[in-house]
Design a protein around this ligand. Structure first.
Ligand code: DAT
Ligand code: MG
Length: 168
């Protein structure tokens, strides 16, 4: 049985602009994962930069920040969602599809709805946490604990979890 995990999803301004938030929520709902946090929220530059801090040296970073803040689509909010369940991170990543919509499985959300615009903007609809450390960091960035229906435990460090597995 896959480990119980929590994962952060952001439905980005490109999806909201195109009226796709409902379709994305429906697909997420059909995973059977439990929704424990949801809100629409404005995204300021500091939050966007903190969220994507790992990518700050990449050439597309500025455009990425502008996109998440809604500046490229004249949209002033994103949906932020937290789902929990066994293997939640991989389940949502698979449903999300590859980063570049041109390479994403056509049955995935990005494959079905994402696009690269003629202006060269990668509109890939949503963010989904990539691993337990990132999901814990991202959830703490976007939600206060009292905004979630249940308390979330911090992911165990790799060494700690393998030590526990060894003792079992
Ligand atoms: P993912 O969102 O699949 O986890 P990532 O974490 O590598 O991908 O990148 C975060 C976002 O940055 C991604 O959703 C869209 C943007 N991005 C990534 N690679 C890009 C590229 N080569 N050109 C433009 N935008 C890119
Ligand atoms: Mg990522």
């Amino acid at each position: 049985m896959a480990a119980e995990e929590a994962t952060l999803v952001l439905i980005k301004p490109d999806a909201i602009k195109r009226g796709l938030a409902g379709a994305v929520l429906t697909r997420l709902e059909h995973t059977g994962l439990r929704l424990v946090g949801a809100k629409i929220t404005r995204v300021n530059r500091a939050l966007a930069e903190a969220h994507y801090q790992r990518l700050r040296d990449r050439p597309f970073f500025e455009e990425l920040i502008q996109l998440l803040c809604g500046e490229l689509h004249d949209i002033d909010y994103v949906w932020a969602l937290v789902y929990v369940g066994p293997g939640a991170i991989d389940t949502v990543r698979t449903l999300t599809g590859a980063t570049n919509p041109d390479h994403a499985d056509p049955r995935s959300i990005r494959g079905a709805f994402g696009r690269n615009t003629t202006n060269g903007v990668m509109e890939n609809i949503l963010h989904a946490s990539s691993d337990p450390q990132e999901s814990a960091r991202e959830i703490a960035l976007w939600f206060r604990p009292e905004e979630l229906l249940i308390p979330l435990s911090a992911p165990r460090k790799r060494a700690e979890s393998s030590a526990r597995a060894g003792r079992a």
